[in-house]
Write a protein that binds this ligand. Structure first.
Ligand code: GAR
Length: 228
């Protein structure tokens, strides 16, 4: 039988927390299938902790400075997740590599948002690299977290155009708006069970597997098509 209970989700952050905020807002709706049950930050100064507190969501700071090794730090995070009874974990601007043992424990139940259309632009400074490379379409990806950094199977992506006058800041702003749209949607999909990870791949069930038939055309191409 389908489990319609709201799933307990804990969000890991390191900073601003705008994606956390998008998830908190989505979860205000009682029909949303996930409940943000807690927030863990590895930085005491993370601004996102204020958003969590304003939604009365329990927050815990687990600083890497208090642990000798990455494994010890991740063990402490794992314990905190279990104490919060987390069923799923969302990485939302959590800017620290996770140890393979931790990733294995949560594999299939942990997702991340990355500010690029993976597999393009893994790692940091994605907007600057997108601009430097000359791509005309950029975007963001929600994916399951696996051992390889930014390598897990993709759940959802959103594309935005790159304008010729874009700076790193204007492009980042456009991508961030897309992030705030797709992250709550991707979390809803895993909480409802319409998407799951199996054999290292994303498996879709129900209508979610039917792709939107629209094709996004990068800026410039449409004008050219019109003029011919
Ligand atoms: C977001 O753009 C997120 O995609 C990115 O950090 C930002 C966090 O912003 N994550 C990564 O780069 C992970 N590789 P936020 O704290 O306002 O959500």
């Amino acid at each position: 039988m389908n489990d319609r209970r709201r799933k307990r989700v804990v969000v890991l952050i390191s900073g601003r927390g705008s994606n956390l905020n998008a998830l908190l807002h989505a979860a205000i709706d009682p029909a949303y299938p996930a409940d943000i049950a807690g927030v863990i930050s590895n930085k005491a100064a993370a601004k996102g902790l204020e958003s969590a507190a304003s939604h009365n969501v329990p927050c815990v700071v687990v600083s890497e400075d208090d642990y000798e090794t990455r494994e010890d730090h991740d063990d402490a995070i794992d314990e905190t997740l279990r104490s919060m009874k987390a069923e799923f974990v969302c990485l939302a601007g959590y800017m620290r590599l996770l140890s393979p043992a931790f990733v294995k424990k949560w594999q299939g139940r942990m997702i991340n948002i990355h500010p690029a259309l993976l597999p393009a632009f893994k790692g940091l400074n994605t907007h600057a690299r997108a601009l430097a490379s000359g791509v005309r379409i950029h975007g963001c990806t929600v994916h399951f977290v696996t051992a390889g950094m930014d390598e897990g199977p993709v759940i959802l992506q959103a594309a935005v155009p790159v304008h010729s006058k874009d700076t790193e800041e204007t492009l980042a702003e456009r991508v961030l708006k897309a992030e705030h749209l797709v992250y709550p949607r991707a979390l809803a999909m895993i909480a409802q069970g319409t998407v799951r990870m199996a054999s290292g791949q994303t498996m879709f069930t129900g209508s979610e597997e039917i792709a939107d038939p629209q094709i996004m055309i990068s800026p410039g191409m449409r004008d050219k098509a019109r003029s011919t």
